[in-house]
Design a protein around this ligand. Sequence first.
Ligand SMILES: Cc1cc2nc3c(=O)[nH]c(=O)nc-3n(C[C@H](O)[C@H](O)[C@H](O)COP(=O)(O)O)c2cc1C
Length: 201
Amino acid sequence: MQALFVNCCPRGDDSRTLRLAHAFLARLRERIADLRIAEQNPYLMQLSPVWGDTLALREKLCDAQDWDHPLIRPAAQMAASDLLVIAAPYWDLSFPSALKIWMEHMWIRNLTFRYRVDQPVGLCKASRAIYITSSGSFIASHDWGTLYVEDCLKTLGVPSFHAIKAEALDLDRSDPASILAEAKERALLLADETAALYQKA
Ligand SMILES: Cc1cc2nc3c(=O)[nH]c(=O)nc-3n(C[C@H](O)[C@H](O)[C@H](O)COP(=O)(O)O)c2cc1C
């Protein structure tokens, strides 16, 4: 089984979001013997926003179905993965811009989606996506990041979406250690449930 981990946590080892994601992935590794995890880090990949020139090239590649071009390879890897795990902190009411740029690179006509009667139809293989985030205060109704990631991935053909959020880590009255411990418990339960789902399939 092939999972793709999208690590969009710019603070690296200091990132609480990344720690939660690593806990989730470690439990998944314990539960699924043949699990392989590829990683894409939009910062290390130095993905650029899709400029006009890039768009023109991309349209040509989509027409030719040239999925081995470096511009397309990240999306080809995503499209072929069985499970997606995306980790990003809550920034400015959503997530860091690097994740938006990564997502922009995932919309590849004829590979991750195609049009049917003017509507996009998802072509990705993954049956589940997990989104892991953490925030300084309460996200409440400002959950644009989670909703955006969920909507994109569902449109690209991934039917099941689950989010793990550790909220209010930076408030004066908060106890971040206990918030993170509780979020980790939820992440581990979700990893168990995810592993059971894939083993049944
Ligand atoms: C640039 C930046 C923007 C942030 N924007 C928000 C925000 O809009 N709302 C919020 O509750 N917390 C915000 N925070 C706080 C982070 O969400 C919080 O510290 C989070 O746990 C950081 O995750 P990390 O430890 O994985 O880096 C922001 C932090 C940074 C550095």
